[in-house]
Design a protein. Structure first.
Length: 345
């Protein structure tokens, strides 16, 4: 049994390490790469180099905060994908080296499965079955989770992920809104007037077989047209942000609510970077009140972090799973245990 698991996360622009002791979080260190803000998005080569420089010190710090040394580590869990290929490779190579040198167990973890396990780090009562909405910069997934490790795909984005749409709209709105766009737009939207700008809710109906699927590219285009039509963007910026955010959250929660009704589950999980949004979790709790409990992790565990990777890895290690030395980084790594669901809306 792997009692002490080191988690490593380097899928994008966060260098993170965490220590899990018998399933309990002992330490978590996250180092954000601020350099990408000046480019309005992540530059893959810069991200890889930053991970390479920072990862050893981040792991050292995680061990210090946990009060442990390297010899205490029983297993290493590392994000193997999806993500930026070069960034992933830094973490995978480091994890393999550390595991091989100390004859430790190694387990590669899917990044989105990590997000799924994040709420379980704080919510000890959380267990399947439940519906999960995983929303990040690169993914928007709606899952039926009958058991840990078994995932039925209900819906996914057909173009832009929700987090990506937030980043792009933040750039369109200008006014110094920094990357990542989600937190910046949420802060600005608090000053906006509801209904001042009303944007389309893409695929919110059941027509065309898209009852559980998502699409945000058209919404992004609608915001672009509204920005261009504004004769005073400084006056309209907060109202535009509010209108855009309201549209995205309405779509996300409507699909989540639809999935809860279809499955009959009494728990709905929110995960991924966009789940840091209090507006999203608040709307979900409001709309699902009386029907399902909303489980969502604290913001530091919803953002990219190694604690969720360690938790997902710990679960798979307990099942007897191991990765061998051929483990490699895969930018397009499929979610393990994923199957297509046939649930009508």
């Amino acid at each position: 049994m792997a009692d002490v698991v080191l988690g490593i996360e380097t899928s994008c622009d966060e260098t993170s390490a965490a220590i899990l002791v018998k399933g309990e979080l002992a330490s978590l260190v996250i180092l954000s790469q601020d350099i990408h803000k000046i480019f309005g998005g992540v530059v893959p080569e810069l991200a890889s180099r930053a991970h390479l420089a920072a990862l050893p010190a981040v792991v050292d710090r995680a061990l210090v905060e946990a009060g442990l040394g390297y010899t205490a580590i029983d297993a290493v869990a590392v994000t193997a994908g999806p993500g930026l290929a070069g960034a992933l490779l830094v973490g995978v190579v480091y994890a393999k080296s550390l595991a091989f040198a100390g004859d430790r167990a190694l387990i590669g973890v899917h990044h989105m499965e990590g997000h799924l396990f994040a709420p379980a780090l704080e919510d000890r009562e959380l267990s399947p079955p439940f519906v999960a909405l995983l929303v990040s910069g690169g993914h928007t997934l709606l899952l039926d989770v009958p058991a840990w490790g078994r995932y039925r795909l209900l819906g996914e984005t057909r173009d832009d992920a929700a987090g990506e749409a937030f980043d792009k709209v933040a750039t369109l709105l200008g006014g110094g809104l920094e990357y990542p766009g989600g937190p910046a737009i949420e802060r600005l939207a608090r000053e906006g007037e509801p209904g001042r700008f009303t944007f389309p809710r893409p695929m919110i109906g059941d027509a065309g077989g898209g009852g559980f699927d998502f699409s945000f590219s058209g919404l992004k285009t609608a915001v672009l047209h509204a920005v261009r039509a504004s004769d005073d963007l400084d006056r309209d910026r907060a109202h535009l942000a509010r209108g855009f955010q309201d549209a995205v959250l309405d779509v996300l929660v409507t699909k989540l609510e639809r999935a809860v009704r279809a499955t009959g589950y009494s728990v709905a999980v929110l995960g991924g970077g966009v789940a840091c949004s209090r507006a999203l979790s608040g709307l979900a709790a409001q709309r699902l009140g009386g029907r399902a409990r909303v489980a969502v992790a604290s913001p530091r565990l919803n953002a990219d972090n190694a604690a969720m990777i360690a938790r997902a890895g710990w679960h798979r290690l307990r099942l007897g799973e191991r990765s061998d030395w051929t483990l490699d980084a895969r930018a397009d790594l499929p979610l393990p245990g994923l199957e297509t669901a046939e649930i009508t809306t």
